[in-house]
Design a protein around this ligand. Structure first.
Ligand SMILES: *[C@@H]1O[C@H](CO)[C@@H](O)[C@H](O)[C@H]1NC(C)=O
Ligand SMILES: *[C@@H]1O[C@H](CO)[C@@H](O)[C@H](O)[C@H]1NC(C)=O
Ligand SMILES: *[C@@H]1O[C@H](CO)[C@@H](O)[C@H](O)[C@H]1NC(C)=O
Ligand SMILES: *[C@@H]1O[C@H](CO)[C@@H](O)[C@H](O)[C@H]1NC(C)=O
Length: 546
């Protein structure tokens, strides 16, 4: 056990920023009232079509980058709190450099970074869009993960379909993609006040003090790349465009390199081979709103990065409830950071708070009594979770806290006979306004009498125990299902589904030997949910689902 790391404190401190007194910078996308923006970067030139195949144009006036088969990185501020953006504005993938060329697709889901805060100078201005299909034949964007890169003065290139002049209006005809090359600025404090620039999460770029070359409205979310085409940042904000002493501000992608790796496992329909499942059963005390956790990547102690956040105070959880969270994440060394905002742990006279964490054959039971870890007044304690996803059941690395603080769970999580049983995961991303309208069930279909009788396996009635994660998702895993026919029912009491573009319900096949997602059995978009939506699927047998 270690006390909270420095980087964890930095993350916490990021919450404490106070928004600057000066007026907000211009976000580099069009406002909602205007039409989709016209062309071009300021002070640049037409981009060669072959240079940026992984650049994605989002018709609402943003750019993005295809960094995985079905995932696009963009800016969180592009959403502007408008739930309809996914449904209303298509993406253009694999274009030839002219506006709205390439394959037109609508994103199925959007994931805004859990620490995104528009009131703190657009802190963590990151979002990921999930495409409805795998994109082939395009070289994926490579994402920089080195915190000390890029370096001061290094030439970087930003491209997009944004405005060529800050005074231009949306009526300028859309044209060819533009690009401009500008030097990286390591120290941005001469240009913007320190409460707006946290160089852990942003950097600046521009030809200072002169200006003249910059990204502008309509370029938001698009990549800024090094000479090798590796993405080092994305377009976030600035004051005006290309003004003297006002460089562009870019969100630093190395900050979220681990989060992107996690989304490849947890969100993509095409997860890499190197993914594994981690389950966290959190038992809360009488004050669940004080308790949260993070899963931190431990591979480089200097660069620990949270990949999963359950920020305290976000969820409507009943006192003393146990909530089951299930995640897919890359194989690696992690730590579990158990947080209590009131500095008194999750325990004792207020209940028996604890976290039971399991992965394959390994498990650990972490007590919420922080005083057991040697300090009375900690805002968080950290439990190492070494070799997550590495086969083998030697769990000695898990739970070396001594005494009864952490109890190794041994091999009770071993999976069943892998030849004959299947696993599925039901994921529902809810519309927060309509959570209580939704009931869902899982049935097996018993054909023994030839009649196809439904046998209820699970009924999920509206309840705060649904334990939605930071993306409003509920994730339920059903292991050891025998081969056969199944039905998934989702009922919507209002009959209206979710707001357009919000959420989905989906049933995924789990690969039982690796515990990772291995295919999609069913998907329905939130607003396509009917009063009763029924999906039938087979596991094993002739259906070929395995
Ligand atoms: C965690 O909770 C789930 C859902 O309630 C349950 O199926 C599973 O057995 C629990 N795991 C442990 C280790 O208690
Ligand atoms: C975890 O860290 C140890 C020690 O540095 C290393 O040997 C091991 O390969 C790491 N495991 C994974 C899965 O990266
Ligand atoms: C975990 O420890 C708590 C005590 O903090 C205990 O009440 C609970 O039963 C334990 N759970 C498991 C699965 O070992
Ligand atoms: C389990 O790991 C510990 C510490 O790494 C080691 O001392 C022990 O021999 C291992 N046990 C087995 C059965 O591999």
């Amino acid at each position: 056990m270690r006390v909270a790391s420095k980087s964890w404190l930095l993350l916490t401190l990021a919450f404490a920023w106070v928004a600057a007194g000066e007026t907000n910078g211009n976000l580099r996308r069009e406002s909602e009232q205007e039409e989709p923006p016209a062309s071009r970067i300021v002070g640049g030139s037409v981009a060669s079509a072959s240079n940026y195949p992984s650049h994605v144009q989002w018709a609402l006036g943003c750019g993005g980058s295809l960094f995985h088969d079905d995932l696009v990185l963009t800016a969180a501020h592009c959403f502007f709190n408008n739930k309809n953006v996914l449904k209303n504005y298509p993406l253009y993938v694999g274009g030839d450099g002219s506006s709205q060329s390439g394959t037109e697709l609508y994103a199925e889901a959007g994931y805004i970074h859990p620490l995104y805060d528009p009131s703190k100078a657009q802190a963590y201005d990151f979002a990921v869009l999930q495409l409805p299909q795998k994109i082939t034949g395009i070289e994926l964007m490579s994402i920089n993960s080195d915190r000390h890169y890029p370096v001061n003065g290094q030439p970087l290139t930003v491209m997009g379909f944004g405005l060529m002049d800050e005074h231009d209006g949306a009526r300028d005809a859309p044209g060819a993609m533009r690009e401009v090359t500008i030097p990286m600025i390591d120290n941005c404090l001469p240009y913007y006040s320190s409460n707006r620039i946290n160089d852990e999460i942003v950097f600046c770029a521009g030809d200072m003090p002169r200006g003249g070359k910059d990204a502008c409205r309509g370029d938001s979310g698009g990549p800024i790349v090094d000479a090798d085409g590796k993405q080092v940042g994305l377009v976030s904000w600035g004051i005006g465009c290309a003004r003297a002493n006002r460089p562009g501000v870019y969100a630093r992608v190395s900050t979220i390199a681990k989060w992107l790796e996690y989304l490849k496992c947890d969100v993509s329909m095409y997860p890499p081979e190197s993914c594994t499942r981690l389950d966290v059963n959190m038992t809360y005390d009488d004050y669940p709103e004080e308790t949260g956790f993070q899963i931190i990547d431990d591979s480089d102690p200097e660069q620990q990065q949270a990949v999963i956040f359950e920020v305290p105070g976000k969820m409507d959880i009943p006192p003393r409830a146990t909530i089951h969270y299930s995640y897919q994440l890359p194989i690696g060394n992690y730590s579990f950071v158990y947080e209590d905002a009131n500095l008194d742990g999750s325990c004792c006279s207020f209940g028996d708070g604890h976290a039971v964490i399991t992965n394959g054959g390994k498990g650990v039971n972490v007590s919420g009594d922080f005083s057991l870890y040697g300090s009375q007044q900690e805002e968080s304690i950290e439990m190492p979770l070494p070799n997550v996803g590495v086969p083998g059941t030697n769990n000695s690395g898990w739970g070396e806290l001594g005494g009864s603080t952490a109890t190794a769970l041994g091999q009770q999580q071993q999976q069943g006979n892998q030849q004959h049983v299947f696993g599925i995961q039901v994921v529902i991303m809810y519309d927060l306004d309509r959570v209580n309208d939704i009931t869902w069930q899982l049935f097996t279909v018993d054909n023994s009498a030839g009649a196809g009788e439904l046998v209820l396996l699970h009924n999920d009635a509206p309840s705060p125990n649904r334990g939605l994660d930071s993306y409003n998702r509920q994730s339920c895993v059903f292991q050891d299902l025998p081969a056969g026919s199944y039905e998934f029912h989702i009922e919507d009491a209002s009959g209206m589904g979710f707001a357009p573009g919000v959420g989905f319900a989906r049933v995924m096949l789990l690969d039982n030997t690796r515990g990772v997602l291995s295919g999609r059995l069913f998907h329905v978009a939130g607003d396509d949910i009917e009063p009763l939506t029924v999906a039938t699927f087979d596991l094993g047998g002739d259906s070929g689902t395995n």
